[in-house]
Design a protein around this ligand. Structure first.
Ligand SMILES: *Cc1c(COP(=O)(O)O)cnc(C)c1O
Length: 379
């Protein structure tokens, strides 16, 4: 008998999303910056203790806004971890920047801060730490290097909302940080994101860039009597219908996070001995970091085993996934000079990493099936 499939990811309604979307439609404010957008901004600002949050149409767009706000231009350099999603770097390349790929730490798979300073030049304008799997980067060291060289730090916190580093929320360290509400993330509106602004000197210009380069936000607050074109910009604000859906998700943050924590801990406990016996490495979370429970990954012994493992699970109706390919080896990365061997840790990890089914609707029974299948995998 064929068992139903166990999805790798399944976005689901967790609370009052549908009700709130209906409310947004009934209110007649369907465009951006309506009541639900304001609620999301207030929730993020209060929970994280930050001066300003702005919803955007994606994390990619929030990163594009950050690049514009930092006045990134032709010839500037930005330092990015080699093991991340393309948007972390593409947003800056769009403004003319040259990406400098830094290898990752073999334990947390985050940007290796011990290799960071070697990559700094007089042209370096930004450092982009990515908190992989919602496990914080070594922000003390990164901020210290950035400060000494006068470089801006922008955290790509697509994975790490509500995670902490040394007791402080991820996304509150850099001058700016970005969030993603894509359907693969802990909280979603299908597509969506946010720009978190920790340095208020960027706040007014951020509103302008997000509103097509106009001072429309100030106009709506009554601070100017007409609005006009004042800067470059684009359309980076989501419809209030999407904000309504997102608010329904964010409102359930405790339930979502504790469900994900339980799933994560169950995987870890059930697979610990098995992993040790077969040379598989489970995720590592340093004691001074509180993770956001974004994913559960494993490093298998080699590429061949990883490929067989994914295929083996799929035959049992269970969907797992590999992750990023090293950026320096991508077609674009090679145009920027990337060569095999540049980032050996990223190259190695990329071949061996597999992510297990992990989402807000994953049931105990489904997780049991995944674990049982894994324990029987023929090495
Ligand atoms: C998902 C993700 C993004 C892109 O997010 P979108 O909201 O889809 O633009 C960027 N960076 C990282 C690290 C991500 O995981």
């Amino acid at each position: 008998m064929n068992k139903p499939r166990v999805d790798f990811n399944r976005p689901v309604v967790v609370g009052r999303e549908m009700e709130y979307m209906a409310e947004a439609v009934a209110s007649g404010h369907l465009s951006g910056d309506g009541p639900f957008t304001q609620k999301c901004h207030a929730l993020l600002e209060t929970e994280l203790g930050i001066p300003k949050a702005l919803l955007t149409t994606s994390c990619t767009h929030a990163l594009e806004m950050a690049a514009i706000l930092l006045d990134i231009r032709e010839g500037d350099e930005v330092i990015v971890p080699d093991f991340t999603f393309v948007s972390t770097v593409n947003a800056f390349v769009l403004r003319g920047a040259r990406p400098i790929f830094v290898d990752i730490r073999p334990d947390t798979l985050n940007l290796d801060e011990s290799r960071l300073e070697k990559s700094v030049t007089s042209r370096t304008k930004a450092i982009l730490p990515v908190h992989y799997a919602g496990v914080g980067c070594e922000m003390d060291v990164i901020l210290d290097i950035a400060k000494r060289h006068g470089i801006a730090v922008v955290e790509d916190n697509a994975h790490g909302l509500f995670g902490k580093y040394k007791g402080k929320y991820l996304g509150t360290f850099g001058v700016m940080a970005t969030l993603s509400f894509h359907e693969t993330k802990n909280f979603t509106s299908g597509e969506g994101g946010a720009l978190l602004i920790n340095d208020l000197t960027f706040a007014e210009r951020a509103e302008i860039i997000r509103e097509k380069g106009t001072n429309r936000s100030r106009f709506f607050r009554g601070q100017v009597d007409k609005y006009t074109w004042v800067d470059i910009g684009s359309s980076y604000l989501p419809s209030d219908i999407l904000a309504a859906f997102l608010y329904g998700q964010l409102e359930q943050r405790q339930r979502i996070q504790s469900h994900r924590q339980a799933l994560w801990q169950t995987y870890e406990m059930a697979l610990k001995d098995w992993a040790e016996k077969h040379g598989v490495r489970l995720p590592l979370v340093p004691p001074h970091v509180e993770q956001s429970y974004h994913m559960f990954y494993m490093l298998l012994p080699d590429l061949d085993t990883r490929q067989r493992f994914i295929f083996y699970l799929r035959e049992r109706g269970i969907y797992s996934a590999f992750h990023y390919l090293p950026l320096h080896l991508s077609e674009m990365g090679q145009k920027f000079g990337g060569r095999p061997g540049d980032c050996p840790v990223a190259e190695d990890v990329s071949d061996r990493l597999v992510r297990l089914p992990f989402h807000n609707a994953l049931s105990k029974a489904e997780q049991e099936r995944v674990i049982e299948a894994i324990l029987e995998f023929p090495f």
